[in-house]
Ligand binder design. Structure first.
Ligand code: IPM
Ligand code: MG
Length: 357
């Protein structure tokens, strides 16, 4: 198969980690007889420097025209003081909206080889951590009006949180479908004791539940969910939630696995053209030092093969290679442990490459 992949290397460690993921993809292509064509797309801080815009329209069009997009990371201190509409993150939000990828899928799964790195007690980790957060990605407070105005009380800032039934229903369906393929337990997370948007969310989820009698739906308030993720993560199979709650909970969920550098994500909409990115940031402090962990990006590439290109065995091959690499005792600095062999970003790529078969 021939696939066109738009590649956003981005800022900070982005270029280094993406490079390793592309090497892995090329290896898969040569073993399994595919052709992956890459188109470089500038987004984030590097695009601000070059074009004065974090995502020029022509760059967005390259992404929309591709079969899928692989993204490293964007942002960094250098662009912290630019106005809100010009921030590198704005490029990312415009990309998500422009591609229509409303469903962001973030797995929180503990690698047995890395269980000791979890900050949770052994007794909690032993019960297992294997859930997915399905986060609504192109609605809610991220995309409502943002305004700062001078008032009698000084500056007043407003961010609007809006959801309509259609938006809730389409992400709800992804939640139910995802649960259906797993352990069939869906937890809908909201703040219905305070927010109207959450009361509507809950209502729509319960209406949908009638169409999915094989899936057990439960409701949880977001503050309680934050607590339950550290207290008893084994209870969760699939969590479905709105944009900002999902942003916050997915960072927490990644942390309890002990290795944020290992976690991939997929974002999909109505078509098979998805956006794949590790969930960690651009880590400017270690950029250019060959110290970053490329596995989150490599596993994002594997998700792209599985979910956008229907290449199951190819995705399995990458995931197996990562597991073999960990079994062999190699670790980048972020997950370094006793008696392990410290490797850099490129060497990590080499070691995973040679394990793909
Ligand atoms: C994420 C990030 C982004 C978000 C930022 C960079 C805009 O935190 O992907 O979780 O808030 O969605
Ligand atoms: Mg986040």
């Amino acid at each position: 198969m021939t696939k066109n992949i738009a590649v956003i290397r981005g800022d900070g460690i982005g270029p280094e980690i993406v490079e390793q993921a592309l090497r892995v993809l090329d290896r898969v292509a040569s073993i399994y007889g595919h052709t992956f064509c890459y188109t470089d797309v500038d987004m984030g801080g590097c695009a601000i420097d070059r074009y004065g815009d974090p995502l020029p329209e022509e760059m967005l069009q390259k992404c929309v025209a591709s079969d899928s997009v692989l993204l490293g990371a964007v942002g960094g201190e250098k662009w912290n003081d630019v106005p809100g509409h010009m921030r590198p993150e704005k490029g990312l939000l415009r990309l998500r909206a422009g591609m229509g990828v409303y469903s962001n899928n973030r797995p929180a799964k503990i690698w047995p080889q890395l269980a000791a790195a979890s900050p949770l007690k052994q007794s909690i980790v032993d019960q297992g951590i294997d859930f997915i957060i399905v986060r609504e990605l192109i609605g809610g407070i991220y995309f409502g009006e943002h305004q700062t105005n001078q008032t009698d009380d000084g500056l007043t800032a407003v961010d609007v949180l809006r959801y309509n039934e259609k938006e809730i229903e389409r992400i709800g369906r992804i939640g139910f479908e995802t649960a259906r393929k797993r352990r069939k337990a869906l937890c809908s997370v909201e703040k219905s004791n305070v927010l109207d948007s959450s009361r509507l969310w809950k209502k729509v989820m319960h209406r949908l539940a009638e169409e999915y009698p094989d899936v057990t739906l439960s409701d949880m308030l977001v503050d309680n969910c934050a607590m339950q993720i550290v207290k008893n993560p084994a209870q969760f199979d699939v969590i479905v939630t709105e944009n900002m709650f999902g942003d916050i909970l997915s960072d927490e969920a990644s942390m309890i696995t002990g290795s944020i550098g290992m976690i991939p994500s997929s974002s999909l909409g109505a078509s098979s053209c998805g956006l794949y990115e590790p969930i960690h940031g651009s880590a400017p402090d270690i950029a250019g030092k060959d110290a970053a962990n490329p596995i989150g990006t490599i596993l994002s590439a594997a998700m792209m093969l599985r979910y956008s290109f229907d290449m199951e065995k190819e995705a399995d091959a990458i995931e197996r290679a990562v597991s073999d690499y960990l079994d062999a005792g190699y670790r980048t600095a972020d997950i370094m442990g006793d008696n392990m062999t410290l490797v850099g970003c490129k060497q990590c790529g080499d070691l995973i490459l040679e394990r793909i078969r």
